[in-house]
Ligand binder design. Structure first.
Ligand SMILES: [Fe+2]
Length: 247
């Protein structure tokens, strides 16, 4: 939100009783909403990073855990990063995350991502190697096109419909793995409704799908595995180059 100074480093003693209350309330609520709907990969990852309802995660501890498993780490940022900076850091296995929490009055909706989204939503799967391999792969492709706004916008669509709003089939059921869904009660309910549009992940179709950040999503893409995403990287690269050449 404009005008509010957000922290650029995590000073744990600055968290207030309300911050702990917000973390606990959102954690309990989302764990309830996600039961039976979130992917097992996320649940396994959540225990890897040792998150719990009573403790706002310490970034130092998270970095040690991720460092040992996948070599990824968090870089604290005050607000959402421009896409170019975001991809540049990701290619170095550094995920940008805020370290402040919304207020109790903002539990249901916040214009910008806070720590509940960035950390509860995104961080656990950064301990999953196949997921990280895809994430790094997308970022490496972005790195080759950093000065091309159109290319970054197109890669942003792949990122959006996978890392943020992706669904995955597990044992025949469609489950949630996208951080934008995991951290949002509204998205959690919407994405699996019978009437909601869910398509199989297809690189070309995703490139052709624009999105909005300010509404509940109208369409989601379903993958079979994180390996499928990783294996799609050569196609991401070639289709992107094809689209850029046509523009
Ligand atoms: Fe996000």
């Amino acid at each position: 939100m404009q005008g509010i100074q957000r922290p650029t480093e995590q000073i744990y003693s600055n968290y207030t009783a309300e911050d702990f209350d917000v973390w606990r309330t959102l954690y309990d609520r989302q764990m309830g909403n996600l039961t039976d709907h979130v992917s097992q990969a996320y649940m396994d990852a959540l225990s890897e990073v040792k998150f719990n309802r009573d403790e706002i995660p310490h970034f130092g501890t998270v970095n040690e855990i991720l460092g040992d498993i996948t070599g990824w780490s968090l870089k604290v940022v005050p607000n959402i990063s421009p896409q170019k900076d975001f991809f540049e850091l990701l290619a170095r296995k550094r995920f940008t995350a805020t370290c402040w929490l919304r207020t109790m009055a903002q539990l249901d909706y916040l214009e910008e991502p806070d720590m509940f989204h960035d950390v509860f939503g995104h961080v656990p799967l950064l301990s999953n190697q196949a997921y990280c391999d895809f994430f790094k792969g997308i970022s490496d492709i972005a790195l080759e096109h950093l000065d091309d706004q159109r290319a970054i916008e197109l890669l942003g669509r792949i990122y959006w419909f996978t890392i943020e709003f992706g669904l995955i089939r597990e044992n025949g059921d469609t489950k949630i793995y996208g951080a934008g869904i995991i951290s949002s009660a509204g998205e959690t309910k919407n994405c699996l409704l019978p009437e909601t549009e869910r398509l199989d992940f297809d690189v070309r179709t995703v490139f052709e799908t624009d999105y909005r950040t300010d509404i509940i999503q109208e369409r989601y893409y379903v993958i079979d595995s994180f390996n499928q995403l990783y294996d799609s990287l050569p196609e991401v690269k070639s289709v992107l180059e094809e689209i850029l050449a046509e523009d």
